[in-house]
Design a protein around this ligand. Structure first.
Ligand code: ADP
Ligand code: ASP
Ligand code: MG
Length: 405
């Protein structure tokens, strides 16, 4: 079979782990599979490079920052290719551009426009293992563009789709997708499988185990993803289109995120067009808004609350003064230290009682709910960031997730 394997930063953190990954890849090739490898930067290298840039200037030029960050993945491809060659397996390191990953010039958050996988395919056909730098592509002019944090997952899925691979394997320091982050909940259980929808909700609600755009892309092309260990041989978690019948009516997993800020605009005159007046300037500033709640109006005045990522708070606040003036609101209040917990499972909303059970569990743990948002397969509560770990544990217990299927 043709498989694209992605190894994350922890899995290639040092020379020993790189040699370990090389051994795994080689065994897979010897077993008769065609393997394309995508790697992330070693350990925390990307964070270190960002800090380095910030020590030069608080506002690095986006093009040059991408140029710098891309070196992290470039180190990994060279080292892994050397390690494979040292084992006698031919391999070739390829940058995003050499692997034919083309993006628009949206530095720092590049979207893949197309993949021209000819070179990768040719290397495979010559018996060499292509080792591709994740998280990066290039514009038609040859400028390097990075795909956003965690973007190596996206590189792997995009390549797998372009090559018509049988599946993408996401190899990590955990053995699969668990019922909650095992770092927070030691009794969390590894799931056998998840639907694309479930994984997409988990990823979008903060579960860092997969990048949400990678899951979205895989779902469009119905590419199966196996989340599996890079360290031990153990069955992983298959993300695919089907769900077991008896799984339909239950909470599958809990996601959490401690990166939430909230802005409330007070006493907004309630008339058509206010929402557009508020959210258009935020969108133009590149700030994405998550949960939005508008209260019922009293005396034709309403309060409107929305959440954003904490990193966008300062920029959002600087837009708010003008926005308040334009909608005729007296002012706004901001809170920066929030988080969210979500329960996710296909069809939970068609079965009654999940919301009540979630709210009761949080209440019993003494946790105040600030805002609530839902989708067909998800319930999310915005709470104090400091209480997120307690909330995850309380929900894991309340929904009996430590129990087997
Ligand atoms: P990689 O280095 O492969 O990109 P990440 O560090 O991005 O890996 O993601 C793996 C981490 O995701 C794990 O160490 C784990 O703590 C965290 N995580 C969060 N939620 C989950 C979950 N539901 N199941 C497994 N891991 C999770
Ligand atoms: N190295 C990049 C990051 O840390 C991309 C990735 O690991 O997926 O965000
Ligand atoms: Mg990651």
């Amino acid at each position: 079979m043709l498989v694209v394997q992605k190894y994350g930063g922890t899995s290639v953190a040092d020379a020993e782990r790189i040699r370990h990954v090389a051994g795994r890849v080689m065994r897979r090739v010897h077993a008769g599979d065609q393997v394309v490898v995508v790697v992330s930067a070693m350990g925390n290298r990307t964070d270190e490079l960002i800090d380095l840039a910030l020590s030069i200037t608080p506002d690095p030029d986006p093009r040059e920052l991408d140029m710098l960050l891309a070196t992290g993945e470039q180190m990994s491809i060279a080292l892994l290719a050397m390690a494979l060659r040292a084992l006698g397996q031919e391999a070739v390191g390829l940058t995003g551009q050499q692997a034919g990953i083309y993006t628009r010039a949206d530095h720092g958050s590049g979207r893949i426009a197309r993949v021209q996988a000819g070179r990768v395919r040719a290397e495979l056909d010559c018996g060499r293992v292509p080792i591709v730098a994740g998280f990066q592509g290039a514009t038609d002019e040859g400028d390097i563009v990075t795909l956003g944090r965690g973007g190596s997952d996206l590189t792997a899925v995009a390549l797998a789709v372009a090559l018509g691979a049988d599946r993408c394997e996401n190899c990590k320091d955990v053995e699969g997708v668990y019922t909650a982050d095992p770092r927070l909940v030691p009794t969390a259980r590894k799931l056998t499988d998840l639907t694309y929808e479930e994984m997409l909700e988990l990823a979008t609600q903060g579960s860092q185990v997969m990048h949400n755009r990678a899951v979205e892309l895989a779902s469009v092309y119905e590419l199966p993803i196996l989340v599996t260990s890079s360290l031990v041989d153990a069955p992983g978690t298959l993300i695919h289109g089907e769900s077991e019948l008896e799984e339909r009516n239950r909470v599958r997993a809990i996601a959490h995120d401690t990166d939430v800020a909230k802005i409330t605009i007070r006493r907004v005159p309630d008339r058509p067009g206010i929402a557009a007046t508020i959210f258009e300037p935020l969108a133009a500033a590149g700030i994405s808004v998550d949960t939005i709640v508008q209260n019922a109006s009293e005396d034709n005045l309403t309060d409107l609350t929305f959440t954003i990522s904490r990193k966008d708070l300062r920029r959002a606040e600087s837009e708010m003064t003008g926005i308040c003036r334009d909608v005729g609101a007296p002012g706004f209040v901001a809170a920066g230290e929030l988080g969210k917990v979500s329960i996710v499972g296909v069809g939970i909303q068609t079965a009654p009682g999940y919301a009540a059970r979630m709210f009761r569990a949080l209440f019993n743990a003494g946790i105040n709910i600030e805002l609530i948002s839902t989708s067909e397969i998800r319930l999310t509560c915005i709470i104090d960031a400091a209480r997120v770990p307690d909330a995850v544990r309380a929900l894991h217990e309340a929904f009996e997730l430590e129990r087997g299927d």
